[in-house]
Design a protein around this ligand. Structure first.
Ligand code: UDP
Length: 305
């Protein structure tokens, strides 16, 4: 965005992100960093001054973090989104807003591939993993309600397993974990029986989708869009591929869910997006396959250590 001549303000409490990622832009006159929280209306108001577009990506993320901090998840994802929308609605000129949601909202649905107008099937409130899906669904409801009642221009994107260079494995995300384990010669941890599937989207293509959906707000206003790739891969097969590409000597270890997360943890068997809607809206068709992504992630980890 800076390269395209935009002025950019980042609001981040750096709870899971790293301020070091912003160092290359420090000192630029067209870049401002506000260290603060989306749960604080003063931080929001000062970051929003003069902004014509908001990309709302702030949230508690990562299944491990969700399970270990259920209160934070609900507070950041619901109260934070509500505060952001309220402050945006109070600006003299309503900014355009992209709201980041998640494929997790489809929950246990088996209607694969998932369509945006399909059912959301969530598990019981006694299982904290569902608080994330529920909080993201609530954030969608809030965004659509502000769109309807306050005429806020909003577009919602549901991300499907976004991965790539720079992602931390500290909050459970499988790809950076497997790649780092293989590089370190540690056992690669596959949870459950490894037959659960996911589709991995390169972060650069996710960013492209976010920017284009928001730029096309005249057509996408008030819409919900899946943002993902369609190459479906079982996690056991992913571990095999990482081993083949990175370290054929690495061992693959199966870890029961109870040990990996919490007792009675429920995983999702398959998660695949239907991309018809985003294809029709902006011609989105991701190109980078899992092999290329594994190589890029490994390369970045090697360079950073
Ligand atoms: N997973 C795994 N080993 C790990 C971390 C995760 O087998 O070290 C599994 C996890 O149980 C899930 C899949 O990989 O089935 C994707 O997990 P991730 O947390 O990356 O994203 P999710 O799809 O759960 O949001």
């Amino acid at each position: 965005m800076l390269d395209e001549g935009d002025r950019v303000t980042v609001l981040d409490n750096c709870s899971t992100g790293s301020a070091a990622n912003l160092e290359p832009f420090a000192g630029r006159e067209d870049f401002t960093f506000v260290r603060g929280s989306i749960t604080d209306v003063h931080d929001l108001d000062s970051a929003m001054q003069g902004c014509d577009t908001i990309y709302h990506l702030a949230a508690s993320v990562g299944v491990m973090l969700i399970v270990s901090d259920p209160v934070g998840t609900i507070e950041h994802n619901i109260a934070g989104t509500e505060a952001l929308l309220r402050v945006a609605a109070d600006q003299p000129v309503a900014p355009k807003i992209f709201v980041a949601s998640s494929s997790e909202v489809y929950g246990r649905s088996t209607a694969v591939p998932f369509r945006e107008d399909g059912e959301l099937v969530l598990g019981p409130t006694s299982k904290s993993r569902w608080s994330y899906a529920c909080s993201k669904a609530a954030a969608e409801f809030l965004a659509l309600a502000y769109h309807k009642s306050h005429c806020l221009p909003v577009v919602i994107g549901r991300f499907f397993n976004v991965v790539g260079p720079g992602q931390t494995g500290a909050y459970g995300m499988v790809l950076p974990r497997l790649v780092r384990q293989a590089l370190d010669g540690d056992a690669m941890t596959v949870y459950g029986d490894g037959r659960q599937t996911r589709c991995f989207l390169h972060v650069a293509e996710a960013v492209d989708a976010v920017l284009r959906l928001t730029a096309a707000l005249e057509q996408t206003n008030g819409g919900v869009f899946n943002i993902g790739a369609t190459e479906e891969i079982a996690i056991g097969e992913l571990a095999e591929r990482v081993r083949r590409q990175i370290n054929p000597a690495a061992e693959i270890r199966t870890v029961p869910y109870d040990e990996a997360y919490e007792t009675g943890f429920e995983d999702l068997a398959r998660r695949v997006p239907d991309l018809t809607r985003i294809q029709d809206a902006i011609g989105f068709a991701p190109q980078r396959g899992i092999e290329q992504i594994i190589d890029e992630v490994a390369q970045q980890i090697r360079e950073s250590t």
